[in-house]
Design a protein around this ligand. Structure first.
Ligand code: SAM
Length: 188
């Protein structure tokens, strides 16, 4: 238990501090071409594909769902939801370089009719059409999102990689995949 806590805390500290590190020249160029939002609240670290698969399975995603990944990185979660389950997917990322990568991956994945990516701040975007929300952020960001998540339609499922919502909103289910924990809630 203590080992898992220390591992999770180490990931959170690494994500928090690395958010302030310098970006490579190519990324700076991509950023310069797009309208500047603000700095990301957390750096990009992709969820391993086997954990993505487990998150979508845990949420019982189907073709009726609209899957929102908040902080969508290279787009793997919405793209997988569309490819594997025929769901609609929406990815939101504040970093234009991530949106460029996600759109490149989307073109290769041939599910452009089902998925879109938005270069926006997840805290300022309307996510009310979501029926599934996926997260890989930070504990503090999950807690900050809690009021928005709780206003989503009853039955909406939330799955978070690595981080829970604190003691105020305990998960209904958890699962461990290759040392990563995923957490599950439903909106009542
Ligand atoms: C840890 S990565 C997770 C990427 C992806 N969801 C996955 O699981 O593979 C977090 C992502 O959140 C994005 N991000 C950070 N702050 C954000 C914000 N306020 N609005 C939108 N995206 C944000 C970062 O640019 C980064 O791509």
């Amino acid at each position: 238990m203590r080992v898992r806590y220390l591992k999770t805390a180490a990931i959170a500290v690494a994500l928090t501090f690395a958010a302030g590190t310098a970006v490579p020249a190519a990324a700076q160029q991509a950023t310069a071409q797009a309208p500047k939002l603000r700095d990301p609240d957390v750096i990009y670290v992709p969820t391993p594909q086997e954990v993505v698969d487990a998150m979508l399975k845990m949420a019982n995603v189907s073709s009726k769902d609209v899957v929102y990944d908040l902080g969508s990185g290279d787009g793997r979660i919405p793209i997988t939801a569309a490819q594997k389950y025929g769901a609609r997917g929406v990815g939101i990322d504040i970093n234009p370089q991530r949106i460029q990568e996600a759109n490149d991956n989307l073109a290769k994945a041939k599910v452009s009719d089902k998925v879109k990516f938005m270069n926006a701040d997840l805290f300022e975007t309307d996510i009310s059409e979501a029926t599934v929300v996926t997260l890989y952020l930070l504990p503090t960001l999950n807690v900050k999102l809690m009021p928005t998540l709780k206003k989503l339609k009853p039955g909406t499922r939330i799955v978070s990689h690595s981080f829970d919502m604190g003691t105020e909103w305990p998960p209904e289910k958890t699962e461990s995949i290759n040392g990563r924990t995923i957490y599950y809630w439903t909106i009542k």
